[in-house]
Design a protein around this ligand. Sequence first.
Ligand code: 13P
Ligand code: SF4
Length: 358
Amino acid sequence: MTISQGSTATLEATRADLHAKLRGIVPEAELDLKAELAYSVNQIKAERGAVILGHNYMEPALFHSVCDFTGDSLELSRVAAQTEADPIIFCGVRFMAETAKILNPERTVLLPARRAGCSLAESISAADVRNLREKYPGAPVVAYINTYADVKAEADICCTSGNAARIVNALDADQIIFLPDEYLAQNVARETGKSIIFPSSGPVTGSTRDSAASDGMHYDVVGWTGRCEVHEKFTVDDILSVRHQFPEVVVLAHPECSPAVVDAADFSGSTSAMSDYIRDSGANQYLLLTECSMGDNIAAEAPEKDMLRLCSVRCPHMNEITLEHVLTALREDREQIEVPEEVRIRARVSIDRMLELS
Ligand code: 13P
Ligand code: SF4
């Protein structure tokens, strides 16, 4: 996680800072406009006593100019649990801003773009979780943080990509339900030495899943077939082709990638774990299989490292958060996140349990 000083720099200093950090990554002409926006955001942020939390996937100019804290989902949840600032501006997607609101019901939490969703969060409903509980009575439900509040409210505990294996290992249960990411569930099951099935009632069914579900055997983990629309696009062929051209390359894959892709990579971890790995490793060339703005953000921080890109893969939801939208959010208190109190109280239990175990 990175904690910034909270900039009250002049416009000139903001412009100079962005040019120094992002030259060669963001077009020069764009940087002047971004610097003006960042300056205005920082002015209003200071006047209002606001805090800005930015996920590692934020676009480089926003990431490097207005965020007080940047990090992965787990790190930002921890910050959200501790901050006393009001309002909290969450530069990420809706489930992340909801988590901040669940932890801070008395504060204003703003998401700078109304439509910033997530294909994983949208793949499962609270009713789906209740159905799974009926089908697998007694199995505790682990909900990935990439779920909406009503799904967290039906779960026993949350997890993120940064602590999923630890949470699964900590549960003293014969069988668990892990949702909604099919690939993360498979990767975690493999890491923890557990067997897994996907019940045919999931949003995607196929012959292998159906036969697995009906073979009468016991499985340790019951998964759900949600997918990240960004990470599911990476393939083993992508890795082989880059390795062929750049034999020294170190490949990093987020655990929302398929197990085959994770297998073919050199390292897999949360967005911050991948960033730390690159910072601490001695290699010079990397391929990062995750949202492509993160490669730009690392390239800006470590210009001596060569970041190869497969940059057709931007998360359309993270992409909704721009400096323009952050400025409007701060000026007009938009988009205020609300969570019904009855849902919030139950969802908070799942998040608190995760934070205690992390
Ligand atoms: P991290 O928790 O690893 O930051 O991941 C969040 C996410 O949405 C990845 O797509
Ligand atoms: Fe959701 Fe995937 Fe975007 Fe992350 S990258 S917010 S998992 S759609």
